[in-house]
Write a protein that binds this ligand. Structure first.
Ligand code: FNR
Length: 344
């Protein structure tokens, strides 16, 4: 993975943020208001337990970048905000490090700026168990994200065309590393069937990473003249994926993280109410930190924290688990998806 490719990803993802291309499945999830149902704001806890640690916020900075000088600076800004707010965060793919170890500082800065925070390493499902161990060690990671990105590869003429080994690699990595493995999409969603398969491979958490936010089919096709645009908008949203996969999550005991198109604290509330244990944000936080630096991201995270606490009080949820009892009404295309997949 060339460093210019990583720089392109950031530039094109930021263009998407500005263009606000995304669909808004979160708007098809309505929260029913009960006028006498609120609890005291001070009685609300945002804590969630992940990998034997307590996250004081049920949302996190999702895997984005590293691998070049420019993206190292972005990682530094993200890590400063993470250290200040206590938010968990993930590195971008560390495959770049195995191609060119001289880019290590763009990843190690994540730990230097945030020595005590919860940090996830990130690799593709092509990685070997040895590479997984090395990536974890490099940034002293508390968990490992493995991304599965078949759509992104297919859109790239030079991308991977072999995928059948991914399951075996995921299983081997999960066995070999001593931190929990989170398997994530990169913005095309997951199904219940996928969660069941991942359960049999020894995965600890699944991030559904749905569409409607950063769109890697669009990003990769925008990087070349011969655009493969049929796949723009491919896949399922975070909302659809949660509806699809929450039965499998219950049955297998694998907690779900949700991400993809999360741009407000209300989106976080809705994803948690649909059963996510925690909620990831990539493109939205990237835009904040690029435009206005770590201080702006710190303010944004604190604002979301306060808003989420107030809204949880409104729906009578003293903790994140209690949010799953929120009365929700599904409308529009989300309702259609739920009906078509047999989840009405
Ligand atoms: C990403 N994402 C990503 N995911 C991953 O697992 N490894 C990676 O290296 C990257 N790289 C990356 C770069 C940039 C610039 C962005 C914006 C995103 C995907 C990310 O983690 C997430 O799954 C999707 O972006 C959807 O979430 P948002 O952006 O809609 O919040």
């Amino acid at each position: 993975m060339s460093s210019s490719r990583k720089d392109d990803h950031v530039r094109l993802a930021l263009e998407q943020e500005t263009a606000k291309l995304r669909s808004r499945d979160f708007d098809d999830v309505r929260v029913v208001h009960h006028a006498l149902g609120a609890v005291n704001v001070d009685s609300v806890s945002l804590d969630v337990e992940v990998a034997d640690r307590t996250w004081t916020l049920p949302f996190y900075i999702n895997g984005m970048t590293g691998g070049s000088e420019f993206t190292g600076k972005i990682n530094q800004a993200l890590a400063i905000a993470a250290a200040e707010t206590g938010i968990a965060m993930a590195s971008g793919s560390m495959s770049a490090y195995f191609k060119d170890p001289s880019c290590a500082p763009s990843f190690t800065v994540l730990r230097e700026e945030n020595p005590h925070g919860f940090l996830m390493a990130n690799l593709s499902a092509n990685a070997s168990p040895e590479q997984a161990r090395e990536a974890i060690e490099l940034i002293d990671a508390d968990a490992l994200q493995i991304h599965v990105n078949a759509v992104q590869e297919i859109v790239m003429p030079e991308g991977d065309r072999e995928f059948e080994h991914w399951g075996g690699h995921i299983k081997a990595i999960a066995r070999a590393v001593d931190v929990p493995v989170v398997v994530k999409e990169v913005g095309f969603g997951m199904t219940g069937a996928t969660v069941r398969t991942l359960s049999s491979l020894g995965v600890a958490y699944v991030d559904v990473a749905g569409n409607g936010g950063t769109d890697f089919a669009r990003i990769e096709s925008a990087r070349r003249a011969d655009r493969f645009s049929h796949l723009n908008g491919w896949g399922q949203s975070a909302v659809e994926s949660l509806i699809d996969a929450r039965g499998a999550s219950r049955d297998t005991g694998i907690p779900l993280f949700a991400s993809g198109g999360v741009r407000t604290s209300l989106d976080v509330l809705k994803a948690l109410a649909l059963g996510a244990k925690a909620v990831g944000i990539a493109g939205g936080f990237l835009a904040t930190v690029r435009e206005d630096g770590p201080e702006a991201l710190i303010r944004e995270i604190r604002t979301w924290e306060a808003q989420l606490r107030s809204m949880m009080a409104l729906v009578g949820a003293r903790n994140v688990e209690a949010l799953t009892h929120t009365d929700l009404v599904l409308t529009g295309s989300v309702r259609e998806y739920a009906n078509a997949r047999g989840f009405d």
